[in-house]
Design a protein around this ligand. Structure first.
Ligand code: FAD
Length: 613
């Protein structure tokens, strides 16, 4: 085939895309490829068009992997979420991994990343299922060294590159250099949720979505979620990356996959006696770099002059003014040399994205996690499902190497939740199921998750043995259904939720309830509290639209709690409307419960607003 034959040009671009080693280069090659092939499709359609256009042997091997993945029944041939629109925040490993699942489900997926490069040399530990998962996505095609030897780790940047390429091939729309700044509720009836982005440009600012997956890392959690802090004993982590020249001597040095202090006291004692370095643990992985992560004791950092002055609070203790950078470099290098028996040839620091030696010190004393994995916002009847994945959900303790595996599990769980949402499952049921699964995340390990990793899918039952998806009941998650505006009180960090129903939602629902219950004996709706306590208003509302279900005249003789219980049960069984408050709460309705009642009644409004009167 002549070299200038159009097919060949595309093949060459595709090969460049497969091997591109920088984020911008990947996106550049992909844009060029689509242009060369004249493709303007999006979503899975783009994948099918690429496949049809690039059917030479090397590309085919990748398509067959991805086809196998996409053919799994859980995706329903890309129809499971065909009318769902998602926004994913963050192109870290977990945001990308979630985006891939959503694309396979057939959703439209737009992904925003505030940076324009993948620069983290640090190396992540992989559990067997993550290795299997990445293989199935064709990792080896993008990164030849993947899966060679006894590999159970990968650098963060390589992982991001692999996942970015897969995401693009599956039609995810990726925008780098764009920061997500917040949500805009629908401005008019029948409008949708939009995002504030920086810099702001029209196609993105006009994008309306019904699902937001936040994967913005540990420091970024969208408003409405509560964070929980776990304060442990003082733990100072140090990471260091040295250049790997892949020489014979380097190849021969053994990795250290977590020498916990209690298991190898002699090693740490020798290290201390010889060097004055006092560690709790150390991990060494040979990857693109020689990567070390260790937890160091404060006293030894003070003694070795790494930390200049002892301070009570950890933030000031590790502040740049209080750290001697040169001493930190020597500390990390000495620890690296000792723990590899001085067998690594002259260690030279790899550079970080600021072109400085790649050494860093982190505080693991205080770890945060989100109290909940998801919530729903409802404004003017437009619902938005929000889910957290990755570090944004639970911050991992790096030396334990749990981060990305649990991050992937949560990405699968989030995708499953979106699938349930798209299938029309009632919101509180979706949220309750998500929370039931989230309860398990922090206890997961390779030992207590299903052994049959080749069967893993987004369906939680394939991964977690004996999981009870109904451990948490819909009535327990009603505070995760936020109606109206969420006001964030920045002064109160730990409990930043303050909800008010927006004026027009309130008024509209109230007048609809008034109109629907007008004329019923003993019913006068003027508010969302006392007007409902007798139970007759709810009974009237149901009777109005489904007179076949209740005999209004005969219920009046019963007590309020009983009437409520009957109505709640009936609405749930016959209309599929989940209770939000208990019958006792309904019968003794006070001001704090009124949002619960609004949430509950909104479901009737949704179900009957178009019914003839
Ligand atoms: P991240 O990888 O943190 O990705 C979040 C992404 O979201 C980032 O790319 C960020 O730029 C983007 N983002 C944030 N806010 C916005 C916004 N408003 N709009 C658009 N984009 C946004 N784990 C280990 O196990 N070992 C290590 O040595 C280690 N080193 C690390 C070093 C650093 C500097 C950091 C930040 C993390 C490190 N981690 C380490 C944690 C590890 O990277 C994560 O557990 C893993 O990458 C999964 O994270 P994630 O995808 O949830 O988030």
């Amino acid at each position: 085939v002549p070299a200038d034959e159009p097919g060949n040009v595309a093949h060459a671009i595709f090969e460049r895309f497969l091997h591109a080693g920088e984020c911008r280069e990947v996106l550049g090659c992909f844009g060029e490829l689509c242009q060369q092939l004249g493709l303007q499709d999006s979503g899975l359609q783009l994948y099918h068009s690429l496949k049809a256009a690039l059917n030479y042997w090397s590309a085919k091997a990748l398509w067959s992997k991805l086809d196998k993945k996409a053919g799994h029944k859980v995706y329903d041939q890309g129809k499971a979420c065909a009318s769902t629109k998602c926004l994913v925040v963050g192109a870290g490993p977990c945001g990308l991994r979630a985006a891939i699942e959503l694309a396979l489900l057939g959703a439209r997926v737009v992904l925003l990343e505030k940076r324009d490069s993948f620069s983290r040399n640090n190396v992540l530990h992989l559990w067997p299922f993550t290795i299997h998962d990445l293989r199935a996505l064709g990792a080896k095609k993008f990164y030849g060294r993947f899966c060679t030897g006894m590999l159970d780790h990968i650098s963060i940047r390589q992982l991001q590159l692999i996942l970015l390429k897969v995401a693009l091939l599956l039609g995810v729309e990726v925008h780098i250099n764009v920061k997500f700044e917040g949500l805009v509720p629908p401005t008019r009836k029948a409008g949708g949720w939009q995002a504030v982005v920086q810099p702001s440009f029209p196609p993105l600012t006009h994008y309306q979505f019904d699902v937001l997956i936040s994967a913005g890392g540990g420091k970024f959690v969208p408003e409405g979620f509560k964070r929980k802090e776990t304060r442990g004993k003082l733990a100072i982590g140090i990471t260091a990356n040295f250049i790997n020249r892949h020489s014979r001597a380097e190849v021969e040095v053994a990795e250290i996959s977590g020498v916990a202090r209690i298991y190898n006291q002699k090693f740490f004692q020798n290290l201390y006696n010889k060097t004055g370095i006092d560690l709790e643990n150390i991990v060494y992985y040979k990857d693109d770099t020689h990567y070390f992560v260790m937890t160091a004791k404060k006293q030894s950092l003070l003694k070795k002059g790494v930390i200049l002055q002892d301070k009570a609070d950890i933030e000031s203790l590790l502040s740049p003014e209080n750290v001697n950078q040169d001493a930190l470099l020597s500390y990390a290098k000495e620890a690296a040399n000792f723990s590899t028996n001085y067998h690594l040839p002259e260690l030279e620091f790899a550079l970080n994205h600021r072109d400085l030696p790649d050494v860093d010190m982190f505080d693991f004393t205080c770890m945060t996690r989100s109290e909940n994995a998801a919530l729903v916002r409802d404004y003017n009847g437009a619902r938005l499902l929000l889910g957290l994945v990755g570090d944004c959900l639970v911050e991992p303790f790096w030396p334990l190497g749990t981060g990305v595996a649990r991050g992937f599990l949560a990405a699968f769980d989030a995708a499953w939740m979106v699938r349930r949402w798209a299938a029309g499952t009632p919101p509180l049921e979706v949220l309750a199921e998500r929370e039931s699964i989230y309860q398990h995340l922090s206890q997961t390990s390779p030992d207590n998750t299903n052994k049959n990793i080749s069967q893993y899918s987004i369906d939680p039952a394939t991964r977690y043995p004996n999981i009870n998806l109904q451990a948490i009941k819909p009535s327990q998650v009603r505070d995760l259904y936020l109606v109206g505006i969420v006001e964030v009180d920045h002064k109160r960090k730990s409990d930043n939720r303050l909800i008010t129903a927006s004026g027009d939602v309130y008024e509209e629902l109230l007048s609809w309830c008034q109109a629907s219950t007008a004329g019923y004996r003993g019913v006068a709706v003027t508010n969302f509290t006392t007007s409902w306590t007798s139970g007759l208003a709810l009974c009237a509302l149901i009777h109005r639209f489904r007179p076949d279900l209740v005999d209004f005249d005969s219920v009046g003789t019963q007590d309020a709690i009983r009437i409520h219980q009957m109505m709640l049960d009936m609405a749930e069984q016959e209309l599929g409307i989940q209770p939000v408050l208990s019958s006792i709460e309904m019968a003794t309705m006070t001001e704090p419960d009124h949002l619960g009642l609004i949430t509950y009644l909104s479901q009737f409004y949704e179900a009957f607003k178009t019914s003839p009167e």
